[in-house]
Design a binder for this molecule. Structure first.
Ligand SMILES: Cc1cc2nc3c(=O)[nH]c(=O)nc-3n(C[C@H](O)[C@H](O)[C@H](O)COP(=O)(O)OP(=O)(O)OC[C@H]3O[C@@H](n4cnc5c(N)ncnc54)[C@H](O)[C@@H]3O)c2cc1C
Ligand SMILES: O=C(O)[C@@H]1CCCC=N1
Length: 392
């Protein structure tokens, strides 16, 4: 006979909506500060419907924008802390090469962000990493700190520590309504909860959730094809032990950028993706016909023939994932302009995973009314005009 069910607890110090990597790290920091925290997730965990699933993500210090590169030491430190707390390996150092043209402003900014850097020309790159072929005049900047984060494992680890610190994670429970006020009331498919503070980290669903709070954020969800490409000779081009991650900056063949990771999750298959996708509604992402032409795959095939000749030019595996882009591709980490006890973390624009430990810390600090530990100027909601035009 089932035990009689406990009356459901309904009041917390903080409620966090969305248990992707950003919401989970936010909840982790709150629980470590002894805040009684409820983390709500609409899908049963683990799931592959948002942005944080899959085996791998790039972590790197090289960033064209110094406000991200300055956060990276803190982020590496917090990832290591999570590894120690859970006794799991979450990161493999592989190095990363940034491919571009010498003098190109973003590439030069990346070089500066590294402090000490190493620049390889086509011949030096081919000698060091035989899988890569640069075109004449192009160079590669080497970030030796970079590597691969084991994404699914990391998400499990951070949620495990959150729970260990007394946090409550309820999955399969979708937030339907948010009532602002000194006490915020959150109604889900299963209950009603109250807290003096709310944090929204709902990924591609954030735009719709904050609309009901009178906020129109310029967030564009994109459907991304995650492509894996087979090595012509297994082990030749891209083995995880000898090959770095890469990304392109400012190459005319790939204006949005292309990035890749060595064969780690699927032996013999290298992950190479376009840093762009097609606009989508997260509720309708499965309705895209599978036979639709994939212009990004054509871009990738052409790039692979030129730059990674050891790979076959048709993808062996294709999965999907979501980006949520802002117009400037900078994050949104801010309080609601009218309801200061509601904090929003969104718009990670396809590069937020590596920084999630810091994002979580900043959202926790904002919510608790503390001085944020990094410069927040680039993440303000007010950089977008007219967001409150529809305010209640
Ligand atoms: C293909 C791909 C490659 C990437 N590569 C890199 C990389 O190499 N390096 C890097 O740093 N970053 C990378 N990123 C970006 C990174 O993965 C994302 O920035 C990050 O995962 C965003 O996390 P999130 O928590 O904001 O979103 P999500 O993981 O989508 O989490 C939001 C959660 O909120 C839940 N939710 C939404 N609405 C509700 C509701 N009403 N009620 C309850 N729950 C709700 C959702 O179900 C979801 O689980 C990549 C992203 C993709 C797609
Ligand atoms: O954030 C990252 O490092 C990756 C690679 C470059 C494009 C987006 N994500």
């Amino acid at each position: 006979m089932a035990a009689p069910s406990q009356p459901q607890k309904s009041t917390y110090d903080v409620i966090v909506i969305g248990a992707g990597i950003q919401g989970s790290f936010t909840a982790y920091h709150l629980a470590q500060r002894h805040k009684d925290t409820l983390l709500l997730e609409q899908f049963l965990l683990p799931h592959s419907r948002g942005s944080s699933h899959g085996q791998s993500r790039i972590i790197r210090s090289a960033y064209p924008q110094e406000y991200y590169s300055r956060m990276m030491p803190d982020s590496f430190r917090l990832w290591q802390q999570l590894e120690a707390e859970t006794g799991t390996t979450l990161y493999r150092q592989t190095g990363l090469v940034v491919l571009g043209l010498p003098g190109e402003p973003e590439l030069e900014a990346c070089r500066r962000s590294l402090g000490v850097d190493e620049v390889l020309d086509a011949a030096a790159l081919a000698q060091r990493f035989p899988g890569f072929r640069l075109q004449a005049g192009q160079v590669a900047v080497l970030d030796s700190t970079a590597g691969v984060l084991f994404a699914d494992r990391a998400l499990r680890a951070v949620q495990e520590v959150f729970r260990r610190h007394g946090g409550t994670l309820q999955d399969g429970e979708k937030v339907l309504h948010i009532e602002p006020g000194a006490t915020v009331t959150v109604t889900t498919t299963a209950g009603v909860y109250k807290a003096p503070r709310l944090i929204i980290t709902a990924g591609a669903w954030t735009g719709a959730l904050v609309e009901q709070l009178g906020l129109h954020l310029p967030l564009q969800p994109l459907r991304i094809n995650v492509c894996y490409w087979r090595e012509k000779q297994p082990g030749s081009a891209s083995s995880g032990s000898v090959s770095p991650c890469f990304l392109t900056l400012g190459l005319s063949q790939a204006p949005h950028g292309i990035y890749g990771l060595p064969s780690i999750e699927y032996p013999g298959l290298m992950k190479v993706c376009h840093h762009h996708g097609s606009p989508t509604d997260p509720e309708k992402r499965d309705q895209a016909p599978s036979s639709a032409p994939h212009p990004d795959v054509a871009v990738l095939s052409s790039f692979i023939s030129s730059y990674l000749p050891g790979l076959e030019t048709q993808p062996a595996v294709m999965e999907t994932c979501l980006y949520t882009n802002t117009p400037d591709e900078d994050f949104i980490l801010d309080r609601h302009p009218k309801f200061s006890n509601i904090v929003i973390g969104a718009g990670f624009s396809g590069h937020g995973f590596k920084l999630a430990p810091v994002v979580g810390k900043l959202l926790c600090e904002l919510s608790l009314g503390e001085e944020p530990s990094h410069n927040m100027a680039h993440f303000a909601i007010t950089r977008f005009p007219g967001v409150l035009a529809a305010a209640q």
